[in-house]
Design a protein around this ligand. Structure first.
Ligand code: GLU
Length: 473
């Protein structure tokens, strides 16, 4: 086998979302697994919709996902340029060759004629396909139409009797009849190449060995194989990945939670967490360990790609985020929460930074959660809401006075304070912890009390317990 070469070939018409991010990830993991090459090609033939800002954005997002390419627009490579808009000369060479081989011809049929032809086919119970009207135009008929100013498209002429069979890496054996497909367009009337054509030419020209892409492209593959075969170009092996479905069973959309990679990054998702989730969406890993990109690649296996659709599960993605946060070193955690520019790290005294991290890490999913806690401890930005005030009314009437007396004796040692309340009042469980946590933090759950004590210090503890006495009616 050649060295494995995979590619990601996005059209820069928007931000990358979970679906195409997964396609990029699988392609990058497959290349890495075999120490092969991963290339990035920008499919910008739709000049109107393609924008440079999207190319820059997707390059940034792929880097964030650790899917760095070895050949591509910014770094070049042997088979560039890596923007399709700059590869016209290459496509023209192959158009010419197909025409010389008698496998491509100019078609002048108008949209109106095509519509009528399709209607007739439908009425006759046939699947609509191009009827081959312009296949047999004579040279003089062609010249006449050109002289009349008609702009033809270029069609690929299928071999009517051909059967196209291939083994899809994910979907298994596939079989299509050329006669069902009909002659299809490979160059538009304005001279622009169609996706079908340039995508196939580029994969062959760039020596891509494995194409992983969405199953929505499955029916394009027989067309692309016919083009490559006619040109005696080596075709890659294709694998069509099943779609990601939203909770409503339809393809994942914005409405059902699809997010762009950019949004995830801005919300503070960890790259490793997103990778651990996506790599398991339609691909099976034997173990459930949190893995680095390198480990995900080592254990990536084509045979573990699922042929049935994968369901997007936000809870599962959160699980990987929590797992990712738990793995962060203190420095990495600090760096991560500091990346949220809405908050100032200065409110946390340097001497308490490690204690703060130790306290909040198990309670944090996104950087904003860490800042929520920082404000509670250091900015006095906390509040007992009406529902909490209500639930405090069931507290033992002597609770806060007992707690205050204990705090006088034990200072910031909240474990000792808890024990004193327990001994003196005989309360335990929720009756013990809920009022204390609400009084000290405005939250019913959160970091370990011992650490909360260290972060607040004796003075603040007493002040908050004192304030809480006023809440009991
Ligand atoms: N530009 C195509 C797309 O974004 C690429 C499809 C393929 O991977 O072959 O859908």
């Amino acid at each position: 086998m050649h060295t494995v070469k995979t590619r990601f070939a996005p059209s820069p018409t928007g931000l990358i979302h979970l679906g195409n991010a997964r396609t990029a990830l699988f392609s990058a993991l497959l290349a890495k697994h075999f120490q092969g090459t991963f290339l990035l090609r920008i499919e910008d033939t739709d000049l109107e919709r393609s924008k440079e800002e999207y190319t820059l954005a997707l390059e940034h997002d792929l880097c964030w996902m650790q899917c760095r390419w070895n050949e591509g627009p910014d770094i070049g490579g042997e088979y560039g340029p890596y923007w399709q808009s700059e590869r016209e000369a290459i496509y023209n060479r192959y158009y010419k060759k197909l025409e010389e081989l008698g496998r491509a011809y100019a078609c002048f049929c108008s949209e109106e004629q095509l519509n009528i032809s399709r209607k007739v086919q439908r009425i006759a119970g046939q699947a609509p396909r191009y009827a081959g009207t312009c296949r047999h135009l004579s040279e003089s008929e062609r010249q006449q139409k050109l002289a009349a100013g008609l702009k033809p498209v270029l069609r690929f002429q299928v071999d009517d009797g051909a059967v196209i069979e291939f083994e899809d890496l994910v979907k298994g054996k596939q079989k299509f009849l050329a006669s069902d497909i009909g002659d299809f367009i490979i160059r538009r009337a304005d001279g622009a190449p169609t996706f079908m054509f340039c995508n196939a030419i580029d994969d062959a020209f760039m020596h891509v060995t494995h194409v992983l892409r969405g199953e929505d492209h499955l029916t394009n593959t027989p067309r692309q194989l016919m083009i490559l075969q006619a040109l005696s170009l080596e075709a890659p092996i294709y694998g069509h990945i099943s779609l990601i479905l939203g909770s409503d069973g339809a393809p994942l959309s914005k409405r059902t939670g699809s997010k762009s990679i950019r949004e995830l990054e801005e919300l503070g998702w960890l790259s490793d967490s997103v990778l651990n989730y996506l790599a398991r969406l339609g691909h099976y890993y034997v173990d459930n360990d949190f893995m680095s990109f390198q480990q995900l690649a080592e254990k990536f296996a084509i045979n573990n790609l699922s042929s049935s659709s994968a369901k997007y599960d936000p809870q599962q993605m959160l699980y990987w985020q929590k797992t990712g946060v738990a793995q962060l070193s203190n420095d990495a955690f600090w760096h991560w929460i500091s990346s949220d520019d809405q908050f100032s790290p200065d409110i946390i005294p340097a001497a308490l930074r490690d204690t703060f991290i130790q306290a909040v890490k198990p309670n944090v999913i996104f950087p904003k959660d860490a800042w929520h806690w920082a404000n509670i401890f250091f900015a006095n930005d906390w509040l007992v809401n009406p529902a909490q005030e209500e639930s405090l009314q069931t507290t033992n009437p002597n609770f806060f006075n007992t707690a205050l007396a204990a705090a006088d004796t034990h200072g910031a040692d909240l474990v000792a304070v808890v024990n004193a309340i327990k001994e003196n009042l005989g309360v335990k469980g929720k009756q013990l912890f809920m009022p204390l946590r609400i009084a000290l933090t405005g939250e019913e759950h959160g970091p370990e009390l011992a650490l909360i004590g260290q972060l607040l210090g004796a003075e603040k503890i007493k002040q908050r317990l004192n304030d809480a006495t006023l809440l009991l009616k």
